[in-house]
Design a protein around this ligand. Structure first.
Ligand code: ARG
Length: 273
């Protein structure tokens, strides 16, 4: 019996060593391979704020969404490897400005103000704002927001759209660090409405029918705007990505990704004009 046990322990030890060695060797070989791959293709760091479904959000810890798929297609077209970092909205702008990341994709609207400090590609998505309210709310249009507590994501065009109606720095405008947190505040009753990008409102309504919220459009008060990939001012990458993005839109890859996330056909003509 003892001999048997000693034999078992020894075989187990040998097996452990034996399996350990080739595995290590394989790992080393794998690392070398990926190092060669990185040498061939430059690795870019991309910043985002992943609480903005369906554009970028976390699914079991992984950053996914329309923007993330589009980014992958454009990166492939431009010939780069990339890594996406979830930085948060305000830090994202700082990170792009001081070159901590090479670019950002995050449903970022191309605005006159931002163009002063950043470079953008051509537009890749047309957006407007919508109001999210409980279905029994008496808010039926943007002007009805006057006198109500309105939640927005801090530093977004949603905030600026509400400021146009209520006035800048109005105490009824509650600013949250993400659109998802602003919507939580609506669920908790801390605010009476949330204003954010229309696709984000529609996605929330689709995924949360039991909340009994509704979305309100108001084309008279909410303008159309366009998202772009954002770069540090003067980045040499802008032209490369502009071309790659154009190719991805023209080749039909864009439409495939769009249909996957929105279930409809995109208006490619508007984007390319
Ligand atoms: N489009 C709006 C803006 O640029 C909101 C974007 C928010 N994006 C996000 N990932 N949280 O201001």
């Amino acid at each position: 019996l003892w001999l048997g046990l000693v034999f078992l322990v020894l075989t187990a030890l040998l097996a452990a060593c034996g399996s350990g060695q080739p595995a290590d060797t394989n790992e080393a070989a794998g690392e070398e391979n990926s190092e060669t791959a990185v040498e061939e293709k430059q690795q870019l760091i991309v910043g985002t704020e992943a609480a903005f479904a369906p554009f970028e959000f976390l699914d079991k810890g992984e950053i996914v969404g329309f923007d993330i798929d589009l980014l992958a297609a454009v990166m492939e077209e431009a010939g780069f490897e990339h890594e996406v970092r979830n930085l948060g909205w305000d830090p994202l702008f700082v990170a792009v400005q001081n070159g901590e990341v090479d670019l950002a994709i995050s449903g970022i609207t191309i605005t006159d103000d931002r163009i002063e400090s950043y470079d953008f590609t051509r537009p890749y998505y047309e957006s407007t704002h919508m109001i999210l309210v409980p279905e029994d709310s008496d808010i039926k249009s943007a002007t009805d927001l006057v006198g109500k507590k309105v939640g927005v994501q801090n530093g977004t065009t949603g905030q600026f759209a509400v400021e146009k109606i209520l006035g800048e720095n109005h105490s009824d405008i509650l600013k949250y660090e993400s659109s998802a947190v602003a919507i939580m505040a609506l669920k908790n009753g801390d605010v009476e409405a949330v204003v954010t990008d229309n696709a984000v409102v529609n996605e929330y309504l689709k995924n949360n029918p039991n909340d009994n919220f509704v979305g309100i459009e108001d084309p008279e008060n909410f303008e159309s705007e366009f998202y772009g990939l954002m770069f540090p001012k003067g980045s040499e990458l802008v032209e490369i990505f502009n071309e790659a993005l154009t190719t991805v839109i023209e080749s039909g890859t864009y439409a495939e990704i769009y249909e996957k996330w929105f279930g409809t056909t995109p208006d490619v003509e508007t984007l390319l004009n």
